[in-house]
Ligand binder design. Sequence first.
Ligand code: COI
Length: 355
Amino acid sequence: MTETLDIQVTKTSNSKLPGIDFDNLAFGRTFSDHMFIADYKNGEWTDLRITPYQNLSISPANATLHYAQSIFEGLKAHKNEHGEIMIFRPEANAQRLRKSAERMCMPPVPEELFMEAIESLVLLDKDWIPNKPGTSLYIRPFQFADDPFIGVRPSETYKFMVLTGPVSGYYSEPVKVKIEKHFTRASKGGVGSAKTAGNYAASLYPARQAQAQGYHQLVWTDGKNHEFIEESGTMNIMFVINDTLITPPTSDSILPGITRESALILARDWGLNVEERPVRVDEVIEAIENGSLTEAFGIGTAATVSHIAVIGYEGTDYKLPAVENRTISNRILDSLTRIKLGQEEDRFGWIRKIG
Ligand code: COI
């Protein structure tokens, strides 16, 4: 970074920190004292500021509320044993936010703005970074249309904001998932590869149907014939079949997950067999039945690795092998955790130290 952007900082006079129970963190309910905001108008990002965390005042005609021109990211900060603050792969999130923006007809947030927003905010609220195993400071950058106009067209004004909050794991136990054969998360030519609000809204109804049947989440299949596996819940998905790590390739209906990519880089580096290729539902069921499928897991920023305990398909629940015997997914989880905490060498340049 060559020069520092001008960010106006207004600090809270009433920190919520003393009231936070760091032994009982959930995901996404607690927010740190401050937030970052920038406004986009007249073709530029202006009025960069950090303020106390507070509600926004928005027009009832706000374009995002009506048409969901809205995108977000998720990333994590930890402290290493020396108390240094480390953020995992923020450049990759900055890049993905720009890709999502392009697909959603929004102006890009320049990398420098993204980085300075995150770094300034995390530094200011550094005492919010938890240090118990399994916890982190979750960082939520997001960008949304801000025009007070209900005609359907790309907004001319936007906000880019960042929130942070201490979190523990997203799922507390291995999950029971159902392979979805009717509903679809994303289709060819759609917005599935963009991290955009509507994808998550569209997943709620099908997920609720599955939850009513006793599942935690769905395994999404392709929108055409539901023959190929795409994602799991809000995450990418991976399988170990015949000792090979297999995951569907990214496409316009699959999110290019940063944790997904990191896991593939590690696995290839370890010399494991890795295949990024279309994965047929039939193949997965057959592999469970003949015992060649030994691991299945969701992979994403919030959960890192979310082991799948049971896969439901066409009325049958298939119980998968015990989590403690899953050498590949446990190794990925362990290694990513250790890299993020500075306990393992950062061989791929993933860690950005700040402060
Ligand atoms: C992630 O795990 O990467 C997510 O995006 C989850 C988030 C929607 C809570």
